[in-house]
Design a protein around this ligand. Structure first.
Ligand code: GAR
Length: 215
């Protein structure tokens, strides 16, 4: 069974979706640890309640990004992860960190990348007037919220949507696609080869999910 380490910064609802999938027998991984850069991340308590080893490494205690990333990698590597899963981990990562985990570092982002990298994705989608929005799981490259796409889910933007109603619709899909992506990795169906995502030939045809509302 593959080992995963999950990195969070806050609420940890995507982490919870992964724990729930594991507990339901739908995600054959060992969640070796959950690590936060914020000591007060509510997700740490959730993980501890689920019996998972937790750590925090406060980025504020380090002189710079490289020093923090080195300490973070040292902590992660104690658990010999096959895959490092960024689940609302709100830090820009150094090139050295990203290349250390090449092909085994994935992220979830609340937009249909390459649209809307960075923060406030839902408000920006509303401001632009896009009709379709969503979320993306991708392998991490040194560029922020960028990298080979593993799976995306699309949702409609409805008249009268607020930032929070749109965020909730997207989050529901995040909780579907992140366990799916990790499951593919756990089952050796997912690989990064020459900078491109390869899924095993008989993998379920769900690389793009459109939520029922837009069907
Ligand atoms: C999620 O919406 C995730 O996609 C986003 O942060 C939220 C974390 O929520 N990540 C990013 O914006 C990364 N650029 P959670 O802590 O409840 O999983």
């Amino acid at each position: 069974m593959k080992n995963i380490v999950i990195l969070i910064s806050g609420r940890g609802s995507n982490m919870e979706a992964l724990i729930a999938a594991r507990d339901a027998g739908n995600l054959p991984v060992r969640i070796a640890a959950v690590i936060s850069n914020r000591p007060d991340a509510p997700g740490l308590e959730t993980a501890a309640r689920a019996g998972i080893v937790t750590h925090f490494i406060n980025h504020k205690g380090f002189a710079g990004r490289e020093a923090f990333d080195a300490a973070l990698a040292e902590c992660i590597d104690q658990f010999s992860p096959d895959l490092v899963v960024l689940a609302g981990f709100m830090r820009i990562l150094s090139d050295g960190f990203v290349s250390h985990y090449a092909g085994r570092l994935i992220n979830i982002h609340p937009s249909l990348l390459p649209a809307f990298p960075g923060l406030h994705t839902h408000q920006r989608a509303l401001d632009e007037g896009v009709r379709i929005h969503g979320c993306t799981v991708h392998f991490v490259t040194p560029a922020l919220d960028h990298g080979p796409v593993i799976i995306q889910a699309a949702v409609p933007v409805l008249d009268g949507d607020s930032e929070s109603s749109l965020a909730a619709r997207v989050l529901e899909q995040e909780h579907r696609i992140y366990p799916q992506a990790v499951r593919w990795f756990a089952e050796d169906r997912l690989q990064l080869a020459n900078g491109r995502v390869r899924l095993a030939a008989d993998t379920a045809d769900s690389a793009v999910l459109i939520s029922p509302e837009v069907r």
